[in-house]
Design a protein around this ligand. Structure first.
Ligand SMILES: Cc1cc2nc3c(=O)[nH]c(=O)nc-3n(C[C@H](O)[C@H](O)[C@H](O)COP(=O)(O)OP(=O)(O)OC[C@H]3O[C@@H](n4cnc5c(N)ncnc54)[C@H](O)[C@@H]3O)c2cc1C
Length: 321
């Protein structure tokens, strides 16, 4: 059991939600701006942002947080579009105590907040191959598991052996790969479970060869993706219902959407499945542009695109500035 502390620092004004939240050894920030912490650089604040001190702190918090308080977990927010009205309830971000990377033979035990590129680099340095693709996916291990993120012919399902997750009541579960329900850019673990740690498995490899592969991946990304822009990567998943087997970017191209602009949101010229905030876009402009692309693709090709980017939060009320 944890020492009872106030649920917020003295400096913070107690909003209604702050009064509802349990004590914690971590940090809770009310009305916390999120936009600058997302790749799109848009979106409203979190009603409260919680940074747990460690797993016990998070588990205690979940067990004692009232059921009517919505909880959203974020990694590096490289695959989310947070709407302009912000996220109601508590947004959880895992910090350094969830970012460990331990080597065990050809396996790695990795905290969910570890950044993919750091994991890939560690694997390279100790001669574990199979994790090179992580160097091409911005984000954390937790976000990668949720999305079954993938690139260059590999995805998380190929390297995850087991995952430790906390459910909404703070109970810990260990799930093995065949219990994860991985599918294309998805997994079937309940949406409100939080991944804490995972065991990733590779094969013994030559560090020089692994390094070469990582370099090729990084060069390919620079060449083909607008990685220096404010974007969230591929906006729509590749369809499984196009009889001609075209990829999403080909459908968007066919619908004439490359370079399409709405306000300050734009379809990337470099990779037309990427939407870009050209500077001061709102989340609404980006979402509306995405919907317009979906509409044009449907009209032109008959295919209904599925959003891969996770749209979360609420729209801004009209009376708000
Ligand atoms: C330039 C660019 C290139 C990209 N290229 C690729 C690519 O090649 N392949 C690809 O698959 N994706 C790609 N993406 C998308 C994105 O990087 C991946 O989906 C990534 O895995 C998201 O990780 P994240 O930590 O940023 O998760 P977030 O964006 O923060 O969250 C994504 C989802 O995961 C959930 N989540 C996050 N952490 C946890 C956790 N600990 N427990 C449970 N759920 C959690 C969130 O609630 C949300 O639903 C790209 C994005 C950008 C910006």
């Amino acid at each position: 059991m944890q020492a009872q502390q106030k649920p917020y620092d003295d400096d913070y004004a107690a909003t209604d939600i702050m009064l509802k939240l349990p004590p914690t050894r971590g940090k809770i920030i009310p009305d916390a701006p999120l936009a600058e912490q997302t790749w799109f650089c848009v979106g409203g604040p979190a009603e409260a942002l919680f940074k747990p001190a460690d797993v016990d702190d998070l588990s205690f918090f979940l067990a004692n947080c009232p059921d009517d308080v919505p909880i959203t977990i974020l990694g590096l927010a490289s695959n989310v579009l947070i709407r302009d009205g912000g996220i109601p309830g508590v947004v959880i971000k895992l910090g350094p105590s969830f970012a460990h990377i331990k080597v065990l033979g050809a396996d790695l035990v990795v905290g969910s907040a570890a950044v993919n590129s750091n994991v890939s680099r560690t694997a390279q340095s100790v001669g574990i191959s199979g994790l090179e693709f992580l160097s091409g996916i911005p984000g954390t291990i937790g976000g990668g598991i949720r999305m079954n993120a993938g690139a260059y012919g590999s995805e998380f399902k190929d390297i995850v052996s087991s995952v430790v997750a906390l459910d909404r009541d703070g109970n810990s579960h260990t799930l093995y790969a065949d219990q994860m329900g991985f599918s294309y850019r998805n997994c079937k673990v309940p949406k409100d479970w939080i991944f804490i740690e995972t065991m990733l498995s590779g094969e013994a490899g030559d560090p020089g060869e692994i390094q070469k592969k990582i370099k090729e991946i990084q060069e390919s990304r620079i060449k083909n993706q607008p990685i220096r822009e404010k974007t969230a990567g591929s906006t729509f998943a590749n369809p499984d219902n196009d009889p001609s087997g075209r990829k999403t970017w080909q459908l968007i191209e066919a619908a004439g959407c490359r370079g399409l602009k709405m306000g300050n949101a734009k379809v990337s010229e470099k990779h037309c499945n990427f939407l870009i905030n050209t500077g001061k876009a709102t989340a609404l402009e980006i979402e509306n542009l995405g919907e317009e692309v979906r509409r044009r693709v449907k009209d032109k090709t008959g295919v209904e695109l599925r959003w891969e980017v996770q749209r979360i939060g609420i729209e801004k009320k009209e009376t708000e500035e």
